[in-house]
Write a protein of this length. Structure first.
Length: 288
């Protein structure tokens, strides 16, 4: 269930960015308001749900410094994704983001000793082929910033997994998310020092940032809970998650944003389904 919810909410992030991109809106105010919303919503709703809220002794938690530093990584990756989309095109930026799955999967196998069965190897290869097919339909444009997007997105997933694997945090998922988003909001606030960025705010940007914040918060909560549920086989989780997001966002873009699929995209969709099936077979093979 957490895997499906992670795919759903992560896909909604791409849907919101696609809609805002079509309106040619400014990126910074949406991202800044988004993290402020995540922080307030996590504190308020978390308290109502009995999930616990921020406490000063959280600073002593073993995972606090990593969680806090991830705020800067979150802001930087979001801004890189937006910049890469405008400079190199949406297809190239999305490809760099999705190919980053090899980083957390590689870390899970190398550092945490997770099993590397042949079905998972096949799933990774099929995932790369699928992403390549999706991109081939639009034509790729290479820009050095894509390497930064690739590294940033991969490090985000790897760091979230490290919290589960290497740090014995006493904070729950809501509290961990609050630290990340609070840190991202603080680091993002530095952008207010730039007058050009302060002038980009508008009612529509604030509204879009609020919507993005709600979706973004739950995407991280469900990602963290999915990693907990797939403890010991997180490499399989990342294969499911990234390819699933690619499939769902492509279908939504086709149905609601009238983005053409074409032969390569349909083939990419088929290969993606095979990659998911292979990852599922690897999960059964590992648990057998």
């Amino acid at each position: 269930m957490y895997l499906l919810l992670s795919i759903l909410f992560s896909s909604l992030i791409f849907v919101i960015f696609t809609h805002w991109g079509q309106r040619k809106g400014h990126l910074y105010p949406v991202i800044w308001v988004n993290y402020g919303t995540c922080l307030l919503f996590g504190e308020g709703f978390g308290s109502l749900m009995g999930e616990g809220t921020w406490r000063m002794d959280n600073v002593q938690d073993p995972a606090f410094l990593l969680l806090f530093s991830m705020g800067l990584l979150f802001v930087g990756t979001f801004l890189l994704m937006g910049t890469a989309t405008r400079r190199a095109g949406a297809a190239s930026a999305a490809t760099a983001t999705k190919l980053s799955l090899v980083i957390p999967m590689g870390v899970a196998v190398w550092l945490y000793g997770e099993p590397l069965g042949w079905p998972l190897v096949i799933s990774v290869l099929l995932s790369v082929i699928s992403i390549g097919l999706f991109s081939a339909s639009d034509g790729l444009k290479f820009d050095p910033i894509l390497l930064a997007v690739f590294a940033g997105a991969g490090l985000v997933d790897a760091a979230l997994n490290a919290i589960r694997q290497s740090f014995h945090s006493e904070m729950n998922d809501w509290q961990q998310s609050t630290v990340i988003f609070g840190s991202a909001f603080l680091f993002g606030s530095l952008g207010l020092l730039k007058s050009e960025w302060r002038q980009q705010f508008s009612k529509s940007a604030v509204g879009m940032g609020f919507l993005l914040g709600l979706v973004n918060f739950f995407s991280i909560v469900f990602l963290l809970r999915g990693l907990h549920f797939f403890q010991g086989v997180t490499a399989t989780f990342f294969a499911f998650n990234n390819v699933g997001i690619l499939v769902l966002t492509s279908l939504v873009a086709w149905l609601f944003f009238k983005q053409p699929m074409g032969f390569y995209r349909w083939m990419g969709l088929l290969v993606a389904v095979l990659a998911i099936a292979s990852a599922f077979f690897n999960l059964l093979w590992t648990l057998a």
